[in-house]
Design a protein around this ligand. Structure first.
Ligand SMILES: C[S@@+](CC[C@H](N)C(=O)[O-])C[C@H]1O[C@@H](n2cnc3c(N)ncnc32)[C@H](O)[C@@H]1O
Length: 328
């Protein structure tokens, strides 16, 4: 049976972009917010924008406009602001022609450490041949919330280092030289490599050893051990607790509670890993912890990053319609 066309008659209160392969997670999270339609990773809700763990980007002020032609669409967008990125869901050729009529977007790789751009960047899509959806403001300052780095293919022993580059860049917080970091489940050492290069003092704990170039970094040491047996009262206080252990999300959640209850770390970063949907039931309890945030980083797969003690810094040039706690 052919799929009926989507009903676009109601203007959405917000439009969310799902990370690749996590559409179902975002759809489940947004279900209570009055979903109007969803297509090609975009989900529109009747409710206004609010934080969503599984959103890669949020269009904060979505508008619908009937446009008579490609030129009309270009004029509509240019009349609002200068910079736009296209999310092409249909009518791809027409979309490309609208895009060609707008100022070109230079897509530069981010060179860590770096600050995010501050120029406003809107997003648009053609929902129907003559129906433009656009939002001048978005949760992310990057096109579609995609955080592409100029990667280091030589030094880090795993690609996991991109998660910390992503987190530190989007929050504007990272360990300072000399700060004491505990890295649980650290091998082969991508995270310890990032932390060591920032000048932090790192104790890496894992049953497996760190790769040699990381183990040799000044300020980085390794101890064989079980992450879940590390006693916060003995090992703390630390400035930063990092945990990237492959374990059931319930165990990682217990570890988070143990360290926070002991007041043994100023900042906490822990990956929660899932098997399909197994383990995702821990998320509502964790997100309710005061000062906590759950982020699906661009470099997370079927996992979420719990952070505590990392407040969003004010960002120049951004005027959120809503105080979204997961601004990218
Ligand atoms: C995803 S890897 C960590 C990757 C690391 N963050 C990096 O950047 O290279 C998970 C690690 O958790 C370790 N691990 C699993 N269970 C553990 C436990 N109970 N205690 C300590 N380490 C554990 C594994 O040995 C593995 O090295």
């Amino acid at each position: 049976m052919p799929t009926p066309p989507l009903d676009h008659s109601d203007a959405p209160g917000a439009v969310y972009l799902a990370p690749r392969e996590q559409e179902a997670d975002l759809a489940a999270e947004l279900a209570p917010r009055g979903v109007l339609w969803s297509t090609e990773r975009l989900i529109a809700t009747r409710d206004p924008p609010a934080p969503a763990v599984w959103a890669q980007d949020v269009w904060l002020e979505p508008r619908l406009a009937s446009v008579e032609s490609i030129g009309d669409a270009v004029r509509t967008l240019r009349g609002v602001q200068r910079n736009w990125c296209l999310w092409s869901i249909d009518h791809h050729r027409r979309c490309a022609l609208i895009e060609a009529g707008l100022p070109p977007m230079r897509s530069r790789l981010l060179a860590f450490p770096t600050e995010l751009p501050s120029a406003p960047l809107g997003a648009f899509a053609l929902l129907e041949r003559n129906l433009l959806l656009y939002s001048a403001t978005r949760a992310s300052v990057l096109p579609h919330g995609e955080m592409h780095f100029d990667e280091d293919h030589t030094n880090p022993p795993s690609r996991a280092y991109l998660k910390l580059w992503d987190l530190f860049t989007r929050t504007g917080h990272a360990p300072r030289p000399g700060e004491r970091c505990l890295d649980l489940g650290a091998a082969p050492g991508g995270w310890s490599w990032v932390l060591g290069r920032l000048g932090a003092s790192v104790l890496a704990i894992d049953r497996a050893p760190l790769a040699a170039p990381v183990a040799d970094l000044p300020g980085v040491s390794w101890r064989s051990g079980d992450a879940f047996a590390v006693d916060p009262a003995r090992e703390g206080p630390v400035d930063w607790l990092f945990c990237d252990v492959i374990a059931k999300a319930e165990r990682s959640a217990e570890l988070i509670h143990r360290w926070l209850d002991a007041g043994a770390c100023k900042h906490l970063v822990c990956t929660l890993k899932f098997r399909g949907d197994e383990g995702k039931q821990v998320l509502p309890d964790l997100v309710a912890i005061p000062g906590a945030r759950l982020l699906h980083l661009f470099h997370n797969r079927n996992e979420v990053t719990f952070v505590h003690g990392l407040a969003d810094p004010p960002r120049a040039g951004s005027a959120p319609a809503e105080p979204l706690s997961h601004r990218v």
